[in-house]
Ligand binder design. Sequence first.
Ligand SMILES: [Fe+2]
Length: 410
Amino acid sequence: MESETPSYQGFKDYYQFTHPTRVVVGRGMIEGTGFEFQKEGAKRPFIITDAVVRGTGLVDKVEAGIVDGGLEISGHFDEVPQDSSTDTCEACAAAAKDAGADSIVAVGGGSVMDTAKAANAVLTHGGRVLDYEGLFTLPRADDGMGEPLPLKPLACIPTTAGTGSEVSFGAVIKDPEQKLKILLGDFPLFPRLAILDPESTRTLPPQVAAATGMDAMTHAIEAFTSPEWSPHGEAFCLQALRMIRENLEQAVHGDPEENEVARGNMLIAASLAIVPGAAGASTLGAVHSMSHAVGGLHGVPHGVANSINLPHVIRFNCEGGAAIVDRYRRVAELMGADASGDGAALADSLANWMTAMSSGLGLPTRLTEVGVPEASLDQLVDAAMGDGCSLTNARELLPEDFRALFTAAL
Ligand SMILES: [Fe+2]
């Protein structure tokens, strides 16, 4: 069985595009969090963060900015773990409810922001996180036939430049019983406000900056090469890739006191890169299916997994025909890799460029280096096959394809 080669030209029969989150960008903008968030109707926000971010002093600055804007902080939850679970989200929702919160401010990376989204669903509508698993499952007016009911206002202040969760309607949460990552996605989950301020990534460790940056790059490449590409999405992908090329290395390796411009630009790039996949149909691909599998089963950080898996999926996808190869050629041109070869040569050149980029950023390049045992191959294949992201991959994948990809990546 071979999927049809996608066409990246002509007028599409169908696509949709949504970007409802208000994005506020600038130096020192976290000090204006209260001023901006009261415009969304917030009066008593609840702060969600993790212990590491709390320890950097950043949350104190955000809280001072909230109070300066005339808002009252209702309470806070500082215990979001690296891989947040449904239990954490429910505990967080209960704490926000006890505090009398009317809105939420999330200060952190993808895990914190996704926790805030899922907690907001439980805080607003009651029940458990699993009640809202899947796409478009939040309560609607008129017995489910009307418009989606709004959640409490959510403001996100990302402290990594990667996930893009601050402008997406998705939340990925671990279900500890199934040992799987589950997805929630619905329009009310779009944050009302995203504040991008380079101050919020000043203390980010280089390895985290590298891994999350590679996640952003993967979002842009998977969306750009997906059969579900769109002209609206393409505009976001191309600008994201340009900004990643120009800023990622400096944001990782530079002195945090001197690389503010690179860090600010990476925050913008990451929030651009997710937009094509943020609404309606996801436009991610097989890299994300593989990374969700190794993240769910072995706890490998998402960006690290993406950077390991990406080169192998590039080689696989480029076997799918000239149209796909040409699409990756545009990626190679943008990133400054050798874009002159055909087919396998182009794929090798771009894949090797990606591996060199990851190594240069100090990231591992094999799954066995990050604790994934070869013995888990069958489980990995099953988990990746069960993940919806590969439905929008440039090529269709069978179990033997994932087996070959994981074997290469191990
Ligand atoms: Fe991702």
